[in-house]
Design a protein around this ligand. Structure first.
Ligand code: MG
Length: 385
């Protein structure tokens, strides 16, 4: 038996290294909800619930993730044997509907604890277990400026950090966006794979034009060009356009994955632990994709070190990960809140080998970046206003 001893949740705000321009918001900082569970024996597990752009991306915000955990999930945890991760998550599912990001953060912490208790990496507790120790990692070029993006891509190739680049488009006119992508494809040539993410910002007509033109300029993949809930239009595009369509916002766990696969609405799935509703659910989405002949890609919600390590443990269990991953979230933040940063080298992320997630919080950085820190707030007073 492992009963809950203590549960803490913190919202942590860490600045990004540059503005990150998305179709629906521009990010200057990343807000993460960190969950720390400790059992009665003192074994600790950590998890992360992170989304992007407040409520502009999805239905959960950092504040709602924290409140769902504090108010509704922790009381359920108090009644469970935390060593039984599946049974505990089943009980939470009965008491809390939706709230995938909050549930993922808690499931991550439970798997971290379970791995530490058993002395094995979390990846050994998921699906068929670990099949790889490192994962290819894409970088997102999202400064909004073509020359700056090319320079950033060149620097990443030079440093052997990334050779897959994703461009965030959908804000400008379709032809302007395609010109931007085409210039980057031309500059980087066959040294890199260039892909785009429209974050649902096109109509079907714009997507038809955009996907055809993108194929011509050498773009390899188009992520969520239109609304994720319009599966029939996604199917029409997938079946008529040569460039593969990747489902991202459309995916919310195994049932949506089955609907998309049955409709022939995507050639590639972006797997995301929070959007799927947890690490186990992500492995199920991956299994549905594999069975349907859909290519797999390890997606990110731009999580920090904990969520990225959790994602890496799931993706490390997938036998065929044809499109690599985009687990670069920690690299977009000015500082990591881990005591030892994740290791990126040779275009890849090393999956942490230690027990559980294999990562630990840096207490000083947590104290510094947490939103409710007790440091005094100074208000400048201007005389003679
Ligand atoms: Mg996306």
């Amino acid at each position: 038996m492992a009963m809950l001893g203590r549960a803490d949740t913190f919202i942590v705000d860490v600045p990004t290294i540059r503005p990150h321009v998305l179709a629906m918001a521009t990010m200057h900082a990343q807000s993460m909800v960190i969950v720390r569970l400790t059992d009665a024996d003192g074994v600790e597990g950590i998890g992360e619930g992170t989304t992007i752009g407040g409520l502009s991306y999805g239905e959960e915000s950092p504040e709602s993730i924290k409140s769902a955990i504090d108010t509704y999930i922790v009381p359920v945890l108090e009644t469970c044997d935390l060593a039984l991760v599946g049974a505990t998550m089943g009980k939470i599912a009965k008491c809390v509907r939706g709230n995938h990001f909050a549930k993922c953060a808690v499931e991550t912490a439970l798997l971290d604890m379970a791995g530490k208790r058993l002395g094995i990496p979390a990846s050994e507790l998921i699906g068929g277990g670990r099949v790889r120790d490192s994962l290819p990692v894409a970088w997102t070029l999202a400064s909004g400026d073509t020359a700056r993006d090319i320079a950033e891509g060149e620097a990443m190739l030079e440093a052997r950090r990334h050779r897959i680049f994703k461009l965030k488009i959908g804000k400008r006119d379709v032809r302007d966006d395609v010109a931007h992508v085409g210039a980057i494809c031309k500059a980087l040539g066959d040294r890199a794979s260039v892909r785009v993410d429209v974050n649902q910002n096109w109509s079907e007509a714009q997507a038809k034009l955009g996907m055809a033109m993108l194929r011509e300029v050498g773009c390899d993949l188009v992520e969520q060009p239109i609304a994720g809930d319009d599966v029939t239009a996604m199917a029409r595009l997938s079946q008529t356009q040569a460039v593969p369509l990747m489902a991202d916002e459309a995916l919310h766990g195994p049932r949506s994955a089955l609907r998309i696969a049955s409709a022939g609405a995507a050639g590639v799935f972006a797997l995301k632990i929070a959007q799927s509703g947890g690490l186990f659910a992500t492995a199920e989405v991956a299994a549905i994709g594999t069975a349907a002949g859909i290519g797999l890609y390890g997606g990110t919600m731009l999580e920090g070190g904990i969520g990225t390590a959790a994602s890496a443990h799931v993706f490390a269990t997938i036998p065929e990960l044809a499109w690599g991953t985009e687990l670069f979230g920690p690299l977009l933040q000015t500082e990591e809140i881990l005591s030892e940063p994740l290791r990126y080298a040779d275009f890849s992320l090393a999956v942490p080998p230690g027990p559980g997630l294999g990562v630990n919080l840096d207490e000083d950085k947590l104290a510094f970046f947490r939103r409710d820190r007790t440091a005094p707030t100074l208000h400048a007073v201007t005389a003679g206003a």
